[in-house]
Design a protein around this ligand. Structure first.
Ligand code: F6P
Length: 517
């Protein structure tokens, strides 16, 4: 199945009326609705029919999906530019690596973080003589977004344990607010950094150490720090106590690292049991991904749908609308997961690709977003497929606000699909202004309920669907070379070595009075 064949299907379907497609062939729904691991995907509002779904599945087969998946799950080198596997699933027992060195490493590091989390939660680790009441995670990118997302999404599952705060920004007010009202004798900082060389994280960690030193003295400040890193020697060289430097291997990518020691703030704050349920849910999705036939496989089908919209229908972005306050940060998380993974222009051999790669991902929380950018989604000149992500229980809830949330989500999908035509003769009804084009695709993805396990399955589903997409875009989803240059140029600016910089940047620095170090 060639790209040209798929493009022909796309052209055929672009010419059809989406509403008629949806209301037509009832068997089409069977191909586009599926469930696994506490999640239910309804893609029946996508511009797809059974023939195009079959064509996508055939294309996935032709691109070696089955062998590629087996390679990924068994620790093959799927990240060739860094010569590494991508075995983050091993942290949830979702990889096929039993008995290996990697498996032993995961077992050791998991036992270490769990023991420390239990010690903090029980008060056995209390360097200030009182139980830790606030944990502040200092990290950025994958060392921040995952823990921040999960802490927020599963906040209702925190029965006890310290408050969790997150600092990512270099803006000093971020740290100031994270420690506002905190008791320094009961505050634990976790410096999370895979590389332990990220400027933002290290500068903030130094500021946190200065804050602690001011309260408990330089001798004791280090007692209130722990670290999660794939470069433990650097963490130790930074002055952190080796006893509390929790390592993880470099084959856990930053944006895939919440399952590893990077999730330490969660293991402490939510508790090891909740964290284990979160991992177990992800494992259930890993198993489904490994075993389910492609046509019933959620990550495979979700990946194919996103590829379809991006590569064949030509939609450059996708909106993630989380219909729950607890799902508000999902779009931020998926933004890094998908855009850092799939925002590439070179194939696995470093040759330029001639087709689109991953879509721009953006979004927010419903219903709030209905009152901000949904106008643009309904009547703007661009078409953006929407992922409505909500909670199935809300549909039948006794709580009228939960039911209203579900109703709003369903209504938005219906409105995007249906559109509205005002009688052109009825000028009082504002034809044109109140017309809505409709025909705009969306998917609805429901968690049976917002449990740690279902939420873990959701994250795992998106990790795997990114991998599926990468087979079509022909890019390495596990590296991120595009972030390097900005870091190098920042170093130059800070050191004052800017003679080779462009005229605009030199003028910007000159006119603003920037002081190099
Ligand atoms: O700059 C991008 C990035 O490298 C991400 O891939 C990563 O998640 C983030 O920075 C933070 O990196 P680290 O965990 O090494 O501090």
């Amino acid at each position: 199945m060639s790209n040209a064949d798929l493009l022909a299907h796309a052209d055929r379907l672009k010419a059809t009326n989406l509403r008629q497609l949806v209301d037509g062939d009832a068997s089409r729904r069977d191909a586009l609705v599926m469930s696994a691991a506490g999640l239910w995907l309804d893609a029946s509002k996508q511009r797809l029919d059974s023939q195009s779904v079959s064509a996508l599945l055939a294309a996935a087969k032709a691109r070696g999906l089955s062998a590629a998946k087996a390679d990924l799950l068994s620790g093959g080198i799927v990240n060739p530019t860094e010569g590494r596997p991508a075995l983050h699933m091993a942290y949830r027992d979702g990889a096929d690596i039993a008995g290996s060195e990697e498996a032993a490493l995961v077992t050791r590091t998991q036992a270490e973080t769990r023991a420390f989390a239990e010690a903090v939660r029980s008060g056995a680790y209390a360097p200030g003589g009182k139980p830790i009441s606030r944990v502040v995670n200092i990290g950025i990118g994958g060392s921040d977004l995952g823990p921040r997302l999960v802490a927020d999404a599963l906040a209702m599952h925190q029965a006890s344990g310290p408050d969790m705060r997150f600092v990512a920004s270099l803006d000093p007010t971020d740290l100031e607010l994270a420690v506002k009202g905190a008791d320094p004798e009961a505050t634990l900082f976790i410096v999370a950094s895979k590389s332990f060389s990220t400027q933002e994280t290290l500068m903030t960690a130094l500021a946190a150490r200065a804050w602690l030193t001011g309260h408990v003295g330089a001798d004791r400040a280090g007692d209130f720090f722990a670290a999660a890193s794939a470069a433990p020697d650097k963490a130790k060289a930074f002055g952190l106590d080796p006893e509390r430097v929790f390592d993880f291997p470099d084959w856990v990518g930053g944006r895939y690292s919440v399952w590893s020691a990077v999730g330490l703030s969660l293991e402490i704050g939510l508790g090891p049991e909740v964290f284990a349920e979160f991992r177990a849910g992800a494992r259930a999705m890993d198993q489904h991904f490994a075993d389910a036939p492609p046509a019933e496989n959620l990550p495979v089908m979700k990946g194919l749908i996103d590829v379809w919209n991006r590569m064949y229908l030509g939609y450059p972005s996708r909106c993630v609308a989380g219909y729950s306050a607890r799902l508000a940060k999902l779009s931020d998380y998926f933004q890094q997961l998908e855009m850092e993974s799939l925002g590439k222009s070179a194939d696995l051999n470093g040759k330029p690709i001639t087709h689109p790669s991953g879509a721009l991902v953006w979004g927010g929380a419903g219903t709030e977003i209905q009152h901000s950018f949904f106008q643009w989604l309904h009547q703007g000149t661009d078409i953006v497929p929407v992922d409505f992500i909500g909670i199935r229980r809300h549909f039948s809830s006794d709580n009228d606000r939960e039911r209203a949330l579900a109703a709003n989500m369903a209504a938005q999908g219906a409105a995007l699909l249906e559109g509205r035509e005002i009688d052109p003769a009825d000028t009082a009804a504002l034809p044109g202004h109140r017309d809505m084009p409709g025909g705009r695709p969306s998917s609805t993805l429901l968690l049976d309920d917002l449990t740690p396990a279902n939420f873990g399955a959701l994250i795992s589903l998106f990790e795997h669907k990114v991998f599926v997409e990468s087979l079509f875009y022909e890019v390495n989803p596990y590296d991120q070379w595009g972030v390097e240059l900005g870091k190098v140029l920042t170093t130059g600016i800070l050191s004052g070595e800017i003679s080779g910089y462009d005229a605009s940047t030199r003028a910007l620095l000159g006119e603003t009075g920037f002081q190099a170090e």
